[in-house]
Design a binder for this molecule. Sequence first.
Ligand code: G
Ligand code: G
Ligand code: MN
Ligand code: NA
Length: 254
Amino acid sequence: LELESALRKAIDNGEFVLHYQPKQHIASGQGAGVEALLRWERPGHGLVPPSAFIPTLEETGMIVRVGQWVIEQACRQIQAWLDGPVGPMRIAVNVAGRQFVEGDLEADVLRALGQYAVPPGLLELELTETSLMLNTERTIACLRNLRDRGVRIAIDDFGTGYSSLAYLRRFPIDKLKIDIAFIRELTNNPDDAAIVRAIISMAHSLNLLVVAEGVETAAQLSYLRRHDCDEAQGYFYSRPLPPEAITGFLQESR
Ligand code: G
Ligand code: G
Ligand code: MN
Ligand code: NA
């Protein structure tokens, strides 16, 4: 309850920040955008990780308002980079299921894109399989409208839910992000390696791009390169960084 009331004040007090983790195209080594990851600078508690407060935001419904703030903040950052030395840089934001069901995700996204004059192709939404199952028809319509304008759609944590790729094809999507659980032991566990190869091959036959999350070693990266995975994200390249640090990272790696 104390956590809940502290969270209620956090938006108004400007205590949330976005950190950013870079992604790379595996074949070319070029940057492939960044993922925005929410952090809470809670007074007296330091930097609080999302695992400690996102569940509460979701249970209370506050995630709808915070999610709206995240989209706005990401668009503001895209515009700031566009006008400076970093240039056009895509940001992926995580979207919770309740943002579709209770909020108006389509309106939130279009408003933020307009407010900051952001080309829609520079924004990507990451959704989990479970969030897509909450309200199928409305969700499909919303995603289709956004994607028609150029917003990219990715499925996060792929492989951990109960949906098949056949089911997911009903949704307008561009990318799959293979869950970190399959990448961790990729180079030691033949079953994980087989699952990763199968996901890449199925995804490609459906014209979807594939991103591997949680890449930490050169051996994992080299395996993913040999098996045609498109993009990688993980500590091997960089941890999630606060705005000034990621800006420096992106400028140096252009
Ligand atoms: O690095 P990390 O600890 O940031 O992320 C932990 C989890 O929190 C991830 O599963 C991620 O998807 C989730 N998360 C991070 N930022 C956001 C956000 O802005 N909105 C939502 N809904 N989830 C987020
Ligand atoms: O939204 P998603 O569930 O994909 O959030 C990504 C999560 O994975 C975040 O908690 C982020 O900090 C974490 N992460 C990113 N790269 C790595 C990595 O290389 N190793 C590990 N263990 N975690 C990572
Ligand atoms: Mn994510
Ligand atoms: Na994930």
